[in-house]
Design a protein around this ligand. Structure first.
Ligand code: AMP
Length: 214
């Protein structure tokens, strides 16, 4: 089963994708993670996207489609979770083509609904484990008192450079201008389900699970 988790920054796509990887043996394809990796390892592409990402703008369709194309060639296990991709209509069309070429289908699109105030609160409190990428939140899921990641035991945590109010404002604008119309696009294709992204992590997980099994 191949699915898209669709929603604004901070909706909980990454957290829920990690859970689907654990429970359904799926593969998370996060273009944001891939771009951050390229940036951190200092590749040519990483240098090009660094400023764009820091501002909260979208990088070019060409770059992210190229990243996804590469990953679709690999092992697909329990299926792909597209997390943070597609973000434009051109990316959505390219994904349909890429899946078609590899004989795959897009089975479900899960739209995660969260209001803007909650997004700002979540994002400014967010950190991730430097070892495994597990997501923590100062309020709802704090780093354990012993300072060790619950998943991998690592003791280093990082905050994203673009998780600040200024860049977030821009990321939200980008979402409403360029990405939110994908909800209508997938609704018209008939494979969209809504979940309430405001609940506790396990409640959202249960809603997503029900949507995938329906
Ligand atoms: P994310 O981790 O999904 O919040 O993405 C972080 C940043 O990476 C975004 O603000 C964009 O600058 C860039 N990015 C990630 N995915 C895409 C995409 N599909 N299209 C364009 N830019 C992207």
């Amino acid at each position: 089963m191949n699915i898209i988790l669709l929603g604004p920054p901070g909706a909980g796509k990454g957290t829920q994708a990690h859970l689907l990887v654990e429970t359904r043996n799926m593969i998370q394809l996060s273009t944001g993670d891939m771009l951050r990796e390229a940036k951190d390892s200092g590749t040519e592409m990483g240098k090009i996207v660094a400023d764009v990402m820091a501002r909260g703008d979208l990088v070019t369709d060409e770059i992210v489609i190229g990243l996804i194309r590469e990953k679709l060639q690999g092992d697909k296990q329990g299926g792909f979770i597209f997390d943070g991709f597609p973000r434009t209509l051109a990316q959505a069309d390219a994904l349909a083509e890429l899946l078609n070429e590899t004989g795959e289908t897009l089975d479900k699109v899960v739209a995660m609904e969260v209001n803007d105030d909650a997004l700002v609160a979540r994002i400014t409190a967010r950190s991730t484990c430097a070892g495994c990428g597990e997501v923590y939140n100062d309020i709802t899921k704090p780093i354990p008192a012993d300072g060790k990641c619950t998943k991998c035991g690592n003791t280093e945590f990082k905050r994203r450079a673009d998780d600040n109010e200024e860049s977030l404002k821009n990321r939200l604008m980008e979402y409403y201008k360029k990405t939110s119309m994908l909800i209508g696009y997938y609704h018209a294709k008939g494979n969209l389900s809504w979940v309430n992204g405001l609940g506790e992590i396990d409640e959202v997980q249960a809603e997503i699970s029900a949507a995938l099994d329906s």
